[in-house]
Design a binder for this molecule. Structure first.
Ligand SMILES: *[C@@H]1O[C@H](CO)[C@@H](O)[C@H](O)[C@H]1NC(C)=O
Ligand SMILES: *[C@@H]1O[C@H](CO)[C@@H](O)[C@H](O)[C@H]1NC(C)=O
Ligand SMILES: *[C@@H]1O[C@H](CO)[C@@H](O)[C@H](O)[C@H]1NC(C)=O
Length: 493
């Protein structure tokens, strides 16, 4: 219905020659977000679920909410030890990993620890000394860490799926794998098609990039010309969605990493509900603890004066599509009105210097190792994520909440449906300067003390939902369920 109401392509808009494709592009561009908006009521069902989680029972494959709401017996050994194959374009050894690689590493290290035999098929690693990996062998007894198979025949980090596939087939021939896990399209659909025991994790899908294209273009200044690359991606995005919809069905099981992605896979991509499972990524609980003493010391180390009334923090690559032009402009307006409010920037990139230029109320730390981030999170009062490109779900939001901090983030379905599910946890803004300034003013007016109370609520939610342990036990259960249907029934099998 929404389609026929919102679009009336009757009027001759420009000329009859304007191609059908262009018209179609605009129809789809504006109606898909509308469809997404119409779906939001179902998302809110999930928020009430956190309190009811213990009551739920049934076939896990029918669960449309995130499995993180459930409780799994991760203290006891798994009922069956599985042989698991993982296809990941990269494996983080000796390099700064992206979100997807961190996910693969955290998940499969944990599963190996639990006694599953995990084989990772990946590209050659960076460090020459590590090329000959000292893999443990099955004969040595329990392995407890993943076995890494780096394929040959390309430079480090360059993924050749056909090489990896050969290695997989050899290993599968020796002893068949119980389950195969692909990180995104590491395993292409024409190979995935023949694997009934395959699960793929989507770290961002093309339909999400429709939303992000809209936000990025709206954030462009009136005098700023559209860049050729962006224009190209804007025109390519709908064909990309259509293409994905056509090939996604070749993957048997789909893991969505946010509630809204799960909905898109079911409702727009038309994947049967029983093959779509929502499992939110997790972060290591031990790495992100609440520690006010640590935060206090770090503040003085980096030069935040004691009379600062509020400290905002932002982390990640300082690039345009992470929304830094917005935050930069918004904070430059805010800082003169509130000379005791500070912004701490943990990250490096083209916007670093511009932040420096804003003066003493902005402290730029440069890029930080994952192990150093806990100092940063503890030193701030609230975490800001102005992203314009939310494909997947930014781990920084979960890290901040796990460290006991409330968050401020762009209003995207993934963030709204999975992270800021309760007003208590923080604030959302439309990604434009006015909206961001208005929310910043509200945050300043509320003050650090009240924000710290919100932070407690964040910590408790994050500790129940966003731990690496919770993620790993949910995946373990999914893999068991793929191996043998008996394990699909919750709570017991
Ligand atoms: C954007 O791309 C379209 C189609 O490729 C083209 O017709 C249009 O002129 C481009 N616009 C700009 C501003 O580059
Ligand atoms: C905060 O304290 C510093 C000295 O540490 C002082 O120079 C500055 O004026 C004070 N700022 C405010 C807003 O009171
Ligand atoms: C599935 O697991 C149950 C319980 O462990 C077992 O009785 C059954 O034989 C298994 N089925 C298959 C097909 O392996």
């Amino acid at each position: 219905m929404a389609l026929s109401n919102t679009t009336k392509p009757k009027k001759p808009i420009i000329s009859i020659q304007s191609s059908l494709a262009t018209t179609l592009f605009f129809i789809v561009l504006f109606t898909i977000p509308a469809l997404l908006l119409l779906h939001t009521p179902t998302t809110s069902n999930c928020t009430t679920l956190s309190t009811q989680s213990k009551a739920w029972s049934g076939d896990l494959r029918t669960a449309e909410f995130a499995w993180n709401h459930l409780v799994f017996a991760d203290a006891t050994p798994p009922p069956v030890k599985l042989k698991i194959a993982v296809f990941s374009r990269k494996w983080p050894i000796g390099s700064t990993p992206g979100g997807m690689e961190r996910h693969a590493h955290t998940l499969h290290t944990t599963l190996a620890h639990r006694g599953h035999q995990v084989h990772v098929f990946t590209s050659p690693v960076n460090d020459i000394s590590l090329t000959k990996l000292d893999n443990p062998t099955v004969e040595d007894g329990p392995i407890l860490s993943p076995i890494i198979h780096c394929h040959e025949g390309s430079e480090p980090g360059r993924w050749r799926y056909n090489k990896a596939w050969e290695q997989f087939e050899e290993e599968n021939h020796r002893q068949p794998f119980d389950v195969v896990h692909s990180e995104s399209v590491a395993l292409p659909h024409w190979l995935a098609r023949n694997l009934p025991n395959l699960a793929v994790s989507w770290h961002g899908i093309a339909l999400e990039s429709v939303h992000s294209s809209i936000y990025q273009d709206l954030a462009r200044r009136p005098e700023e010309p559209i860049s050729p690359e962006f224009n190209k991606s804007l025109h390519g995005v709908i064909p990309k969605v259509l293409n994905e919809i056509k090939f996604f069905k070749n993957y048997q099981h789909h893991v969505a990493i946010s509630d809204s992605c799960g909905e898109m896979l079911r409702d727009v991509y038309q994947i049967p509900s029983k093959r779509v499972h929502v499992i939110i990524n997790g972060v290591n609980e031990e790495d992100f603890q609440e520690d006010s003493r640590l935060g206090f010391e770090f503040r003085s180390t980096i030069g935040v004066p004691q009379n600062a009334s509020l400290v905002l923090g932002v982390a990640g690559r300082l690039v345009k599509d992470k929304g830094h032009p917005l935050l930069h402009e918004a904070f430059s307006k805010l800082k003169n009105r509130h000379p005791d409010v500070y912004l701490v920037v943990a990250g490096a990139g083209p916007w670093g210097q511009r932040y420096e230029d804003l003066g003493s109320q902005v402290i730029v730390l440069g890029s930080m190792k994952p192990s150093e981030l806990k100092f940063f999170y503890n030193a701030i009062d609230i975490f800001v994520n102005p992203t314009l490109r939310p494909q997947g779900l930014d781990l920084t939001l979960m890290e901040a909440m796990m460290s006991g901090k409330p968050v401020m983030a762009s209003r995207f379905p993934s963030i709204k449906g999975t992270i800021v599910v309760d007003d208590e946890f923080g604030f959302m803004f439309a990604p434009n300067v006015e909206s961001l300034v208005a929310v910043l003013e509200a945050v300043v007016a509320e003050g650090a003390e009240s924000l710290s109370r919100r932070g407690k609520a964040c910590r408790s939610y994050a500790a129940s939902m966003f731990t690496a342990r919770k993620m790993a036990s949910a995946y373990e259960r999914l893999f068991l369920c793929i191996k043998n249907e008996t394990f699909c029934s919750y709570p017991r099998f």
